[in-house]
Ligand binder design. Structure first.
Ligand SMILES: Nc1ncnc2c1ncn2[C@@H]1O[C@H](COP(=O)(O)OP(=O)(O)OP(=O)(O)O)[C@@H](O)[C@H]1O
Ligand SMILES: [Mg+2]
Length: 468
């Protein structure tokens, strides 16, 4: 819009400039001729006037008329109007006392009147646009005649039209360019932002499957990729969360159903059998223990997810390992598994005692649980550069290669029936892994089915304070 206004103003300005320039020049010629003709007119020297006017008319390709005070043509360089009255608006204004005056006419247009047409038809039809300049001829302050200078201004019209065409074509080119740029901007900025916006609003309504199209390789594409990976992650998280809830409910349901059966059997016992009652109550009590364990494991996991804080202190990791071995010795004895512990040196780590106790306990507990009678479990502590390395090796059932990457997942159990028999819920190793990661350590498992497994935990050693 602004562009069109600028274009048209430019055309008008250029036109005005061209015509002002030209009319000023022509008016000057008319004025100087009028001044020179004053004496000739007084002396009625038509011949001298004609000759002088002819020269100018020929040189300028124009036509000169000399009128007396009654507007009768005395001299016409085209020799057509001699003796006739000739009057135009400009001439009229000059007669009424104004100085030089001029106007532009289109010879094809009859509005100029008969005389004007007659005056102008000395030019070819193609040179239709004509300027008429009237200038007073004075003698001693009295108006004695009017000089009319008629010149072609067709070429100014033509060059103006040229400029118009050029400006309009440039405007058209710029308009097309603007439209193209607009389309480009729409494609590269507006549309991706719109799609992103739509994706975000879908996501905020709970549709985590929302993804946006990645176009090109610019910042918006980067943003789209970031959005997609974020929504993918959120979707995964959402899935694993609902999976977790469903697994947890299932794990809680199992002991509850067992207890319900036990209690119903006892309720409908008739007559009550004391031995059976005792046995069933013992079983129900065990199920309650199991429920308790699951619930406290779940609470631990929830705490970890909520950003659990560690209660850090420098501790002797060897002593901690030995302590847990001692705690589990009765279980090992009961299962007919040999359990030993080899400590080479005293190593200190910066850790949370209760959590590291749970880590070591769980690993050794698994090793004993998944090792058949007659097997062995060896614990060892070594230093490797700036790390304390705990190794728990057993000669147990081992873990198949396809299960190995999943054993640290929540609720993952290799042999579901068997591990439930041993009281496991599949939460132990996932808690262990989170605790080790919280300490800045790593945990790894190696295993060969039927031959046994080795769990390796690495924890950063406590920085020794420099002695003064
Ligand atoms: N030393 C091991 N030897 C063989 N399999 C093992 C060993 N340790 C763990 N596993 C396998 O990994 C699974 C996951 O272990 P995890 O400790 O997380 O669960 P769990 O022992 O079954 O139950 P809990 O939550 O009571 O510890 C186990 O069910 C078992 O199949
Ligand atoms: Mg376990």
């Amino acid at each position: 819009m602004a562009f069109t206004v600028i274009g048209f103003s430019l055309i008008q300005l250029v036109g005005e400039y061209l015509f002002t320039q030209r009319s000023r020049d022509d008016q000057r010629i008319a004025d100087s001729l009028a001044e020179g003709f004053s004496d000739y007119l007084v002396a009625f020297d038509a011949r001298s006037m004609y000759e002088s006017a002819r020269e100018t008319a020929r040189a300028q390709q124009s036509r000169v008329l000399v009128l007396d005070a009654l507007c009768v043509v005395q001299v016409d360089t085209a020799s057509e109007l001699n003796g006739q009255r000739f009057i135009t608006a400009e001439i009229d204004r000059v007669l009424n006392g104004s100085g030089g005056d001029y106007g532009f006419y289109d010879a094809r247009n009859s509005a100029g009147g008969f005389f004007l047409l007659a005056a102008l038809n000395g030019f070819s039809r193609a040179n239709a646009m004509t300027g008429v300049y009237a200038s007073p001829i004075r003698q001693g302050g009295t108006l004695i005649g009017v000089l009319v200078y008629i010149s072609q201004v067709q070429e100014i019209y033509e060059s103006l039209r040229d400029i118009q065409i050029r400006i309009i074509s440039w405007m058209a080119i710029v308009l097309v360019a603007v439209l193209l740029i607009n389309a480009l901007v729409l494609r590269t900025i507006t549309r991706p932002i719109g799609e992103l916006n739509e994706g975000i609003s879908r996501m905020s309504k709970g549709d985590l499957s929302a993804r946006v199209r990645v176009r090109g390789n610019n910042e918006f594409a980067g943003l789209a990729r970031a959005f997609n990976s974020m929504s993918e992650r959120l979707e995964q998280l959402d899935k694993s969360r609902s999976q977790f809830v469903s697994n947890a409910s299932h794990e809680l349901k199992t002991p509850l159903s067992t207890m319900k059966i036990l209690i119903e059997t006892l309720m409908y016992q008739d007559p009550p059998d004391p031995a059976m009652t005792k046995e069933f109550l013992t079983d129900a009590n065990q199920e309650i223990d199991r429920l308790n364990r699951i619930v406290s494991d779940l609470l631990t996991l929830v705490n970890i997810d909520n950003g659990m804080k560690l209660n850090l202190a420098e501790l002797d990791i060897g002593a901690l390992l030995q302590e847990q071995v001692k705690r589990l010795a009765p279980l090992a004895r009961e299962n007919g598994v040999e359990l030993d512990c080899a400590l080479k040196e005293t190593l200190e780590v910066n850790g949370d005692q209760t959590k590291l106790q749970q880590v070591v306990y769980n690993i050794i507990d698994n090793a004993i649980k998944y090792t058949p009678r007659g097997g062995e479990v060896h614990c060892a502590l070594n230093r490797s550069s700036k790390k304390a390395v705990i190794r728990v090796t057993d000669t147990g059932v081992g873990i198949p290669a396809e299960d190995l990457p999943h054993i640290f997942d929540r609720f993952y159990r290799v042999d579901k029936a068997r591990s439930r028999e041993t009281g496991g819920t599949g939460l132990g190793l996932s808690i262990v892994k989170q605790f080790v990661l919280l300490h800045g350590g790593t945990i790894d498992a190696r295993s060969a089915p039927g031959k046994g497994s080795t769990f390796i935990i690495e924890l950063p050693l406590a920085e020794k304070k420099k002695e003064a």
